[in-house]
Write a protein that binds this ligand. Structure first.
Ligand code: NAP
Ligand code: MG
Length: 398
């Protein structure tokens, strides 16, 4: 059989622990037999981040700016325990944080749906993709307790100085908080969302609480509308998709009643909360994919889960694990589809679609890893496979 050729490389970011094991299996069993795989390889394992003083992470992100498509394996974000375990010279920063800072993007999370795993909201027949703004607000706040008798002001120094009373705590003690955001960050959030909606051909919803927050949240609303009107309106009309703004509480009610299928852009805190709700309602973290989209059209695909440490220690002891590779496989297929679309190589897109179908058909016919078997339709016969058996089941279908 002749293998599918790739015109340009994908930036490949390898990672840690059980997901590193899975990474190799995806390539060996599902990709390399069919595709003449062309990647620019960066080893983001903690061992190599230590060896390169974390230079490999920024190199990989910069390579993504050049090649526009990347796929990333889950990586350890070091904490004190990891510093000891890996004998690190420094507590290296989160690779995702470093990559995001270089690509300047928005993270979109989407569930993979299979028949047999019914979402907790049964009307959600299509995926809901959450686009979370990941800069500022309460995550970069200043806050303090105040005593009875204190007064708190919002003070701005500079060209137009101002001093607004927040509250006079004459009668009681309390708390006070300051938040900020940046026009630049909101503009790139908006562009990432509009680009992603076009790329996925799905409607884009955006919601804030602008009726209450008439300057802060309203700024978000205005920037989205301005960018939409100036840069995306025609493209959306041509693609037959819609941009729709509504209040956050109205959006929550509409999402619950919907069949899914939209991209829902929300502010940082709303995204933090709602993405966990949506992920849980759709089933399992192991079925959740994630893509970082930069405002100027770079894409980095990954699984939303971590390195599955507990399974890795079992694997090291020589035991069989039942680790779900679906989100990692879909990170690869997402990257192949984007590479194929940018390079005009439809055979690469078709391969990615066939691989996704093989994964879904395997599960829907009752062959899956343990985490899914626990959620699966109890009226169907299910086979809980170990990691390798599940790969072989997919490979034979493919
Ligand atoms: P995790 O790796 O997502 O695993 C948490 C638990 O969820 C696992 O122990 C397992 O439960 C279940 N699980 C997750 N993915 C699964 C899969 N594919 N198949 C089956 N079960 C799965 O999260 P964590 O244990 O909090 O973090 C481990 C490491 O990952 C940390 O060092 C963290 O820094 C890193 N991390 C990286 C990323 C990233 O690179 N994007 C994201 C999050 C965390 P059972 O053990 O009960 O089976
Ligand atoms: Mg959260």
């Amino acid at each position: 059989m002749t293998k599918i050729e790739m015109k340009n490389p994908i930036v490949e970011m390898d990672g840690d622990e059980m997901t590193r094991v899975i990474w190799q299996l995806v390539k060996d069993k599902l990709i390399c037999p069919f595709v003449n795989l062309k990647t620019e390889y960066y080893d983001l394992s903690l061992i190599n981040r230590e060896a390169t003083k974390d230079k490999v992470t920024s190199d990989a992100a910069n390579a993504t700016l050049k090649h526009h498509v990347a796929v990333k394996c889950a990586t350890i974000t070091p904490n004190a325990q990891r510093v000891e375990e890996y004998n690190l010279s420094e507590m290296w920063k989160s690779p995702n944080g470093t990559i995001r800072a270089i690509l300047d993007g928005t993270v979109f999370r989407a569930p993979v749906l299979v028949k047999g795993v019914t979402p907790l909201v049964p009307t959600w027949t299509s995926p809901i993709i959450i686009a979370r703004h990941a800069y500022g607000d309460v995550y970069k706040n200043v806050e303090r307790r105040v005593e009875q008798g204190d007064k708190a002001y919002l003070v701005v120094e500079g060209k137009n100085p101002s001093k607004d009373l927040i509250f006079d705590f004459a009668d009681t003690a309390g708390v006070v908080q300051g938040q900020h955001n940046l026009d630049k960050s909101i503009y790139s959030f908006a562009r990432s969302c509009f680009n992603f909606a076009l790329s996925e051909k799905k409607d884009l919803w955006f919601s804030t609480k602008d009726t209450i927050s008439k300057k802060y949240d309203h700024r978000f609303k205005d920037i989205f509308q301005e960018v939409y009107d100036a840069e995306y309106k025609e493209k959306f009309e041509k693609a037959g998709i819609e941009y729709f703004y509504t209040l956050i509480d109205d959006a929550v009610a509409r999402v619950m009643r919907s069949n899914g299928g939209m991209i829902w852009a929300i502010k940082n805190y709303d995204g933090d909360v709602m993405s966990d709700m949506v992920a849980t309602a759709f089933g399992s973290l192991a079925m959740m994919t994630s893509v970082l989209v930069s405002p100027d059209g770079n894409y980095e695909y990954e699984a939303a889960h971590g390195t599955v440490t507990r399974h890795y220690y079992r694997y090291l002891r020589g035991e069989k694990t039942s680790t779900n590779p679906v989100a990692t496989i879909f990170a690869w297929t997402g990257a192949f589809k984007k590479r194929g679309e940018l390079d005009l190589t439809p055979e690469l897109v078709a391969f990615a679609e066939k691989l996704e179908k093989a994964v879904i058909d395997t599960i829907e016919s009752g062959y899956m890893t343990k985490d899914l078997a626990a959620l699966f339709d109890k009226s169907k016969k299910t086979h809980a496979l170990n990691t390798e058996e599940f790969f072989d089941a997919i490979a034979s279908r493919l």
